[in-house]
Design a protein around this ligand. Structure first.
Ligand code: AMP
Length: 259
C-alpha cells in the first residue's frame, strides 16, 4: 500500500455555529506549512472551537483529475443569471423541472425551516426528486486537494482574469471532484455569504460557467445542488464525494468571456 499523502482538514466554529473550513491533500514534507496556513485562516474568524485532522491517504485509492474549463458569463442581473443557469443545466441533460426544483430550493433555503444546508442537495436530474439522506447536512464533498503545480497554475489563471478569490479557487476544486463522480451530470452553486453574489453551473461538457448575480446582495441564503442521472447508485456516489481522496493534478483552460 502506498501512503505518500496526508489528508488535512480544518473546521472552526463559535457557539456551535460553523465559521470556516478548508482542506488539502499534501505530501508529508508539506504538512507543517499547510497546517500553519489552515490554522491562520481559522484564527481570523475568532473561533471558540477549532478542529484540525490529519489522516494518511493511500495513493492506491487516490483519484486524480483536472479542473473544468473556466467560462465567464457576463450578466447584469439576477433574473438573467438564473435564466443562464437554467439553460446551462438543461444543456447538461437536466430537465427543466429538476433545474427549477434546485433554483427554488436554493432561493428559499434548502434545509428544513428555510435555513442553509451544510452540504449539497442530491437531485434526480430527470424527476427533480431530492435524494440526499439528510436535508440539514446534505452531502459534503471532502478529501480533495491540489498538487503543487496545479495549485500554482490555477492561482495564475485566476489572477490573470482578476478572479484570485479563495471562493473561486475552492469552488473549482469542489466542482472538479463532483464532475469526476460517476453518474453526475451537473452542479449548481451560489454562496450563502450575503456579500458574495457570484455562483456557477458546472458540467462535463459546459465546464465551469461562472455567473455573477445569482442572488441579490444581502441575501443570506445559498447552497449547492448535485444532479445525478436516474439509476445512479447513491451510496457509491456519496462515498466517492465524501471519502475518496481526489487530487487535482492539472488545470483546465480559460475561455473568453461569453455574454
Ligand atoms: P460557499 O461556497 O462556501 O459559500 O458554500 C455555499 C454552500 O454550498 C454552503 O452553504 C453549503 O450548503 C454548500 N457547501 C459548502 N461546502 C460544501 C462542500 N464541501 N460540499 C458540499 N456542499 C458544500
Amino acid at each position: 500500500m502506498g501512503s505518500s499523502y496526508l489528508s488535512i482538514r480544518m473546521h472552526a466554529s463559535r457557539s456551535g455555529v460553523h465559521l470556516t473550513g478548508a482542506e488539502d491533500l499534501v505530501p508529508p514534507s508539506a504538512i507543517d506549512d499547510c497546517a500553519r496556513l489552515l490554522l491562520q485562516r481559522a484564527l481570523q474568524h475568532h473561533p471558540d472551537s477549532l478542529k484540525l485532522s490529519v489522516d494518511p491517504v493511500s495513493t492506491d485509492e487516490m483519484v486524480t483529475g483536472t479542473l473544468p474549463d473556466l467560462h465567464l458569463a457576463q450578466v447584469e442581473d439576477v433574473a438573467t443569471a438564473r435564466q443562464r443557469a437554467m439553460a446551462a443545466l438543461i444543456g447538461a441533460g437536466v430537465t427543466q423541472r429538476a433545474a427549477a426544483t434546485a433554483l427554488q430550493a436554493l432561493s428559499a433555503g434548502a434545509a428544513p425551516g428555510g435555513r442553509v444546508m451544510r452540504g449539497a442537495m442530491l437531485i434526480d436530474a430527470h424527476t427533480g426528486e431530492r435524494c440526499e439522506p439528510d436535508r440539514t447536512r446534505g452531502v459534503r464533498v471532502s478529501h480533495f486537494g491540489w498538487d503543487a503545480k496545479a495549485r500554482n497554475d490555477c492561482r495564475e489563471l485566476l489572477r490573470h482574469h482578476g478572479l484570485d478569490h479563495f471562493r473561486t479557487f475552492e469552488a473549482l476544486a469542489i466542482a472538479a471532484k463532483v464532475l469526476a463522480a460517476d453518474g453526475i451530470l451537473a452542479e449548481l452553486c451560489w454562496s450563502d455569504d450575503p456579500d458574495y453574489t457570484t455562483g456557477y453551473v458546472a458540467s462535463r461538457h459546459g465546464g465551469y460557467l461562472r455567473l455573477p448575480y445569482l442572488k441579490e446582495a444581502g441575501d443570506p441564503l445559498g447552497g449547492r445542488a448535485f444532479f445525478f442521472s436516474p439509476g445512479t447508485d447513491l451510496q457509491t456516489l456519496i462515498a466517492f464525494l465524501e471519502q475518496t481522496p481526489f487530487l487535482i493534478s492539472a488545470v483546465g483552460g480559460a475561455c473568453p468571456e461569453i455574454s
